[in-house]
Design a binder for this molecule. Sequence first.
Ligand SMILES: [Zn+2]
Length: 291
Amino acid sequence: MNVIRLARRFLLLALLACTLPLAAQYNPTWTRPFPPFRIAGNLYYVGSEDLASYLIATPQGLILINSSLEVSVPLIQKSVESLGFHFTDIKILLISHAHNDHCAGSARIVQLSGAKYYVMDGDVPVVESGGKADFQYGAEKIMRYPPTHVDRVLHDRDTVQLGDTVLTAHLTPGHTRGTTTWTLDEKEGGRVLHVVIVGSPNVNDGYKLVNNNAYPQIAADYKRGFAVLKRLPCDIFLGAHGSYFGLTEKYARWTAGDRDAFIDPNGYREYVIDREQAFKAELERQLVKRK
Ligand SMILES: [Zn+2]
């Protein structure tokens, strides 16, 4: 191979790497193991360093939120079992939204545990098509995952109950049509703490907020989502990615003995306002560009 050909090949590879969707280039923090731990009450962290999964343990069985990537499943299983729980006791599987970094492992988890899969209505066609019905990434094979049957279709503010634990599914759409922010209350040290697990308020690279034929109401949906997020009472701030709420920093404080490290109502409010400003700036940029 001559030098020019070699240079061309490198250029092609570099171009390919740049055009791969963000989520397909696995950030090493997505698959790096993270110690499982109890956040508050019966709520545990069982995700990786950045792909957050949560376990809720009730006397009637377990609820798991987020199956993450297909390769995440053994990590999640190890975390669940090292906390002393049985993977086969997972009765209900929930997700933050229908992107492969939060739901690609669902088929495998259902197969291993026999859990029932509950998904917000807007995301049901996406998870049942293995990502093909996604408005943004549907044509990208690299974003696909095993299609998974949904046992219960959720609607905005539906509740999911197991034992004496009740979770509420808040539709916070835009990032996907069915992006779900989960809330629940936990008792800890004589206090009742409001937990918010943010689904995703982020505008991904390449998202069209204006004249989006595949998702015409996308901008209105983001606005609706921010209105919901601003209304939710929050003591413990969590989300679909550890980076939303500073998992590693807070965990370091938690291991140093600060059992209130995850109580962060101000951090939650600041995060929501920051993400809303980012959304508004991107919408404005796209509107100006169109003129
Ligand atoms: Zn996403």
